[in-house]
Structures are given as C-alpha cells and as structure tokens.
Design a protein around this ligand. Structure first.
Ligand SMILES: *[C@@H]1O[C@H](CO)[C@@H](O)[C@H](O)[C@H]1NC(C)=O
Ligand SMILES: *[C@@H]1O[C@H](CO)[C@@H](O)[C@H](O)[C@H]1NC(C)=O
Ligand SMILES: *[C@@H]1O[C@H](CO)[C@@H](O)[C@H](O)[C@H]1NC(C)=O
Ligand SMILES: *[C@@H]1O[C@H](CO)[C@@H](O)[C@H](O)[C@H]1NC(C)=O
Ligand SMILES: *[C@@H]1O[C@H](CO)[C@@H](O)[C@H](O)[C@H]1NC(C)=O
Length: 438
C-alpha cells in the first residue's frame, strides 16, 4: 500500500475542483437555458392559480396570479416596490412600441416606481375582478429557474423584462399575498414571448395545473413527470385569434391576447349536445362567441343556452346509469349522490364529455376527475357553471377542467396541444420534480 494519502488527497482535490468548476459554469452568464419553469400553485380559498417570480434588485419573490390570457406581467408599484434597477422607458421608444402603448404620461407626485414623467402609459388589467386602471410601463430584472425538462436547473436573469406598474387598489379580488398578475397571453410583451426572446428559444409554453403545486414550462420540452414519464404525443388544434380584445380596457383595434380554440361540437358519450353553431364561432366584428382557455375561471363557464342543453343531456345520461340526482349546490346546477357511482383511475365513472375540435378525430375527452367536483362526502356536482345569456365568450374552459392535463401553446406555429388527463398515463401535474438533483 505504497499508495497513498497523497493520491487520495489529490483525488479529493480534483473532485472538489470539478464540482466547483461545474457549478461555476452553471451560474455564469454564458449559461443559456433551453427551457424555464415556474411553479403554479392553487390557492384554496379563491381557487386562483398563483406563481412566484423573483424580480428587482435586490431580488424579491413576487407572488402573482397566473393569468393564461393576460397581456403582460403587472405588479403593484405603489406599495413596497424597491429596486435599484427599475427603469422607465421613454415615450415613443422601442420598448413603448413593443408594449403597444399609445399614451405618454406625466405624474404629479414625487418620482418613484410607477410615477415618472415622459414614460409610456399601461392599462394593467385585473381579469379576475374585471377592473383595469392606468399605470405605466417599466423595466426591471427578473430571475427564473431553468430546467432540462425533468428537474430544475440554475436560475437565470433577464435584465430588462417589460412589465406594467399598477396601483394597490387594482389588487382587489386577487388571492391573498398576490402583488399582481403574471400574464401569459399572446402579445409581444406576454411573459412567454419575452422569455423566448431573452434566450432565443421557441415561442412555446406548456402548463400543467393541479389542485396542489403544478408547473409551467417555457421553451422546448421534454416534459417529464415522476416516475419518469415523458409527456409527448399531444393532440393539436389551431389556436384562433379573436380580433377584438377581451380585456377590461384596451386600445381601439387591439386584438385579444387570450387563447381561443375551435370547439365545433360538444358530445356526451357520442351524443351531440344541441348548440347553436353560431355561438361556437367568434364573431369577428364584435368579438363575441367562441371558446377560450382561461386560468382565472375556476370552472368552465358556458353561455346559458349551451349550459342548459349540456346539463340536461348529462343529467339524462346519468339517470340512465342509475346515478341519483340530489339538490344542487351553488354555483353548480347538477349534483348527484356518489352512491351508485364507481371510481376509476380517471375519476368517478360518469358519462364522458367530449369537446370536438377542428376535425371529428381531434377530441378533448373529459373524464370524472375533470368533470365532477366533490362538494361533500357523498355528493358530486357537474363542474360547469352558467355564464348567462349575454356571455361574451360562449365557452371558457376553466381551471378545474385543465387540472392534471398538460396543455401546450405554440405561438410560433399557432397550435394548441393537449394531453387529456395524465391520470390515464399514471402520473399527474403535481408529479413534476422540483428537487434539483445536481
Ligand atoms: C413631472 O413634470 C411635472 C411638470 O413639469 C412636475 O410638476 C412633476 O413633479 C414631474 N413629476 C415627476 C415624477 O418627475
Ligand atoms: C356578428 O354580430 C353582429 C352584431 O350583433 C351581427 O349583426 C352579425 O350578423 C354577426 N356576424 C355573424 C357572422 O354572425
Ligand atoms: C338501473 O336500475 C334498474 C332498476 O333497479 C335496473 O333494472 C337497471 O339494470 C339498472 N341500470 C343500470 C345501467 O345499472
Ligand atoms: C405520480 O402520480 C401517480 C398517479 O397520479 C402516482 O400513483 C404516483 O405515486 C405519483 N408519484 C410518484 C413519485 O411517482
Ligand atoms: C436533467 O438533469 C438531471 C440532473 O439535474 C438528470 O438527473 C436528468 O436525467 C436530466 N434529465 C433530462 C431529460 O435530461
């Protein structure tokens, strides 16, 4: 054993050296991520989905309501916004035109974040309350975690992320602790487009909501969930544009930043629900009608006539299976006893709901786990709600129907991809590993 403490020692040194050089490489500015992730957690009391983005200098975690259709990130700048890297873009600058701003503001209070002169105006929109208020555009640093698709990687900084500065009063209606909304909408300054531009990856993102902690991916896949299941083979359908903005306030001629898809029929176990086909189309002059995906509606909302035919067909088929209807529990209109209802891997064994898309072969299937809400031990309700006769959008596919489904928005090719329930693939959206193994 002439060998040796020395050899052993140098092995350790080498090992330590390689560890530190690899971690240095990972945090260096030359590290270019292929994809980023954000956690998306459901707030139990409001049923809103929340994320956290680290922003400002020094970095602070900003808790935000996750808004799929929102045009941009906006935060409350009135209260507690402290940052040495906050900047206001000048009116008519490239940043202002990228943000689509059409106004130039003057602020008569002492200068502070959200109060600058000669900067372009923003109209941050609270899509939960339906209120918008004037504010201004700003630029600051954010730090986001990278991923290789199955585990988180190093945090990376975006030094010049454009966002809207709003006021404290605009937070009304948002989950406790939220300081704004993270807009994932289809716009130049929507977060998916800004993330893609910062690291030159594909303008594409995927969302996997769940009742606990889910995940959003930005950039390229893979999308891998425990126990090592890669979600691929998504069905796809075109993303449609609504030429009329659906925000609470917008500039004339601005198109909607929300994601619309072309549902052409709704079926319950192969039986077509009678619906006026006009309601399923987007009226291109008024912006009414059509189907959008919405993370700020806890349940799918349907225009009254659609809701009524849909519910009666479901109730009829449930009765045919001896499922007993019981008194309704608000906000739902059709509730049942669990007594005669079996339980499967994809939830309660109730009539299957099918959203038929652009072709009769492209169908989004909704099983019990995404159609039935447990309201009491022995009562389940059809998790769809009535949007009224004057509903602007005829069908708004809401959070509960999206949970444990992976949905992908490809902005470059204008395609929407969906997995149908991951429970059928023996995983779920809470199974993304947020543990870094490095
Ligand atoms: C903006 O300009 C006005 C008029 O010149 C001035 O009264 C005001 O204090 C300025 N506000 C800021 C935030 O600098
Ligand atoms: C769109 O809505 C307008 C106003 O309600 C109506 O006059 C028009 O016929 C609608 N267009 C289509 C294609 O339904
Ligand atoms: C429903 O109940 C009736 C009477 O109890 C029975 O004859 C029928 O087979 C049941 N149908 C189903 C689908 O379970
Ligand atoms: C992931 O999800 C599946 C199905 O929902 C579950 O059975 C499994 O135990 C989960 N966790 C891990 C670590 O695989
Ligand atoms: C991602 O990185 C982790 C280490 O952090 C590694 O264990 C895993 O195999 C990688 N996955 C992929 C899909 O590259």
């Amino acid at each position: 054993m002439a060998s040796s403490p020395t050899t052993f020692f140098s092995v350790i040194v080498l090992f330590l050296f390689s560890l530190s050089s690899s971690s240095a490489a990972k945090t260096s500015s030359s590290f270019r991520p292929k994809a980023l992730i954000l956690p998306v957690t459901k707030d139990r009391s409001t049923l809103q989905y929340k994320t956290v983005i680290n922003q400002r200098t020094p970095l602070v975690p900003a808790s935000l309501v996750f808004d799929l259709g929102g045009r941009e990130l906006w935060v409350d700048c009135d209260k507690g916004y402290v940052s040495t890297t906050y900047r206001s873009p000048r009116c008519h600058s490239a940043v202002c035109s990228r943000a689509g701003s059409t106004s130039c503001g003057t602020c008569f209070s002492p200068p502070s974040p959200g109060c600058s002169n000669n900067t372009c105006g923003a109209i941050p929109d609270n899509s939960v309350s339906g209120w918008a208020a004037s504010g201004e555009f700003a630029i600051d640093v954010v730090s986001i975690q990278s991923t290789n698709g199955s585990n988180p990687g190093p945090f990376v900084k975006i030094p010049n992320l454009i966002f809207g500065c709003g006021s404290t009063s605009l937070l009304k209606g948002l989950a406790k602790g939220a300081v704004g909304m993270a807009g994932m909408g289809r716009h130049n300054i929507g977060l998916p487009s800004q993330f893609a531009a910062a690291f030159s990856f594909n303008r594409k993102f995927a969302v996997c909501l769940t009742s606990g902690k889910g995940v959003a991916f930005f950039g390229n896949g893979p999308y891998v969930f425990l126990p090592g299941i890669q979600i691929s083979r998504l069905q796809t359908t075109p993303l449609l544009t609504n030429p009329v903005s659906s925000a609470s306030a917008y500039s004339q001629g601005e198109k909607s930043s929300e994601y619309f898809i072309g549902v052409t029929a709704i079926k319950i176990v192969d039986k077509k629900v009678p619906i006026s086909s006009k309601l399923l189309k987007i009226n291109r002059s008024t912006g009414f009608g059509g189907t959008k995906i919405s993370s700020v509606n806890p349940y799918t909302v349907m225009e009254s006539s659609i809701y009524n035919s849909f519910t009666s067909e479901f109730v009829r088929q449930a009765a045919a299976r001896n499922i007993t209807r019981v008194a309704s529990v608000k906000p739902f209109g059709a509730c049942f006893s669990t007594k005669n209802v079996g339980v499967t891997r994809v939830g309660y064994a109730v009539p299957e709901i099918q959203l038929v898309l652009h072709s009769k072969d492209v169908v989004w299937r909704i099983f019990g786990a995404n159609s039935m809400v447990s309201v009491r031990d022995d009562v389940i309700c059809l998790g769809f709600v009535d949007g009224g006769v004057n509903a602007k959008t005829s069908v708004m596919i809401g959070g509960f129907q999206l949970e444990d489904n992976l949905v992908e928005f490809d902005l470059a090719s204008n395609r929407f991809g969906f997995s149908s329930t991951l429970l059928g693939r023996r995983t779920n959206c809470a199974n993304f590993s947020f543990t870094s193994t490095a």
